[in-house]
Design a protein around this ligand. Structure first.
Ligand SMILES: *Cc1c(COP(=O)(O)O)cnc(C)c1O
Length: 383
């Protein structure tokens, strides 16, 4: 039962067999499992196209390249995210800007984004990267409307929210990564994420132009499709048409992804059940404030806020419960401070960081383990 981490992958015998089967097949990289995973993942999100890539960070980098982020271009994201959401802009020579969060949800506050946009001339900013933080989907209908008003593209960082949805102004469920509002959406298959393949990532989109660019950029900028070549010297001929990368996801890992994807809804249901039980347990502990929930929340993380966070973190460690902090605000990282950002720039994000703690939440967390976590937190607040 102990120790209990904050998140953990769940690997079954079927997952293991899916991987070992590909090891004996003809393909270790870019084989039939890649295309199958892409099709199934696109169907799962509701997007037209999906491109499997090496990891979530590579997905972000390729998105920034496909949207042609250029040196000096400015892109807005949230300070409460994993650094990769912001770094992809820097990879292309762009400038990262931040807008503060809504303290109730932990998500980027679109009112702050609007104020930032309005305080600069039109054309000053080029893109927006909202993050479905903790698994709570951003209202992309509103984000899109704002982006259109100011001529921005949108990349949805949905690493925390496969299977999540928000409810649009017509009462429709809009699933994360479905391509209805964002130009591109990205996912990660890091072991703590909903679908775990070790390393792995996915980009979804409804835009055929971006899809074509992503395919080229993923494999060195090289095409083997005669229909797309400038000339054809013979059967061996291929063309490098752009400066691309090797950001492929291998067949053996996409086979694992396919197997995991089959259990995605089951895992999501369990995450929501566990989150509901935490909600109930903390309802009578005023010292513990969970972040806002929602019907379409995908619950990658269950975040609580407590005044004496460091004490609770250490207390839980002694009880062999390994809670975690998500996230240290990106703008307070030394690298971003060298770029000119300072503590105090985004007070709501910093106040959130001072009190947040992600407590254990993953599908294989047992009822007994969850009771133990709740009992330990109760013991702490009553001490
Ligand atoms: C995990 C994560 C990433 C990066 O994904 P990797 O697969 O680890 O490269 C990017 N953004 C967010 C919000 C993440 O949680």
């Amino acid at each position: 039962m102990l120790p209990i981490p904050y998140g953990r992958q769940h690997i079954t015998e079927a997952d293991i067999k899916a991987v070992t089967d590909t090891l004996l097949s003809d393909f270790l990289t870019q084989g039939p499992k890649v295309a199958e995973f892409e099709q199934k993942f696109a169907a799962y999100t509701g997007a037209r196209y999906a491109v499997a890539v090496a990891n979530g960070t590579a997905a972000l980098h390729l998105c920034a390249l496909a949207l042609e982020v250029k040196p000096g271009q400015r892109v807005i994201t949230t300070p409460i995210t994993f650094a990769a959401s912001a770094n992809c802009v820097l990879y292309c020579g762009g400038e990262v800007h931040f807008a503060d969060i809504d303290p109730v949800t932990g998500l980027i506050d679109l009112q702050h984004v609007r104020r930032l946009l309005e305080s600069h001339p039109n054309g000053y900013f080029h893109g927006l990267i909202p993050v479905d933080f903790a698994g709570l989907p951003v209202d992309l209908e509103q984000a899109r409307a704002l982006a259109d008003e100011f001529g921005l593209w949108v990349i949805e960082d949905s690493c925390h929210a496969p299977g999540g949805f928000f409810i649009d102004s017509h009462g429709q469920h809009q699933h994360c990564g479905n391509g209805q509002f964002a130009d591109l959406a990205i996912f990660s298959f890091h072991p703590v994420k909903h679908i775990a393949t070790g390393e792995g990532g996915m980009i979804t989109t409804n835009r055929a132009d971006l899809y074509e660019k992503l395919l080229l950029l993923r494999t060195h900028g090289i095409t083997k499709d005669p229909a797309k070549m400038h000339r054809n010297d013979g059967g061996w001929y291929m063309e490098m048409q752009q400066l691309g990368y090797n950001y492929r996801m291998p067949d053996m890992l996409t086979a694992l992804g396919i197997s995991q994807l089959q259990r995605a809804e089951e895992g999501l249901a369990r995450r929501r059940q566990l989150a509901g039980r935490y909600d109930q347990a903390f309802a009578d502990m005023p010292q513990v404030q969970p972040l806002a929930g929602a019907a379409g929340h995908a619950y990658h993380l269950y975040v609580i806020q407590v005044a004496d966070r460091k004490e609770l973190y250490d207390f839980l460690r002694e009880k062999q419960i390994f809670a975690q902090v998500h996230y240290i605000p990106v703008h307070t990282m030394p690298y971003y401070q060298e770029l000119g950002w300072q503590p105090g720039d985004f007070p709501l994000a910093e106040a959130y960081y001072a009190q947040c703690l992600s407590i254990p939440l993953f599908p294989s967390l047992t009822d007994d383990q969850q009771h133990y976590v709740v009992d330990c937190i109760r013991e702490f607040v009553q001490r």
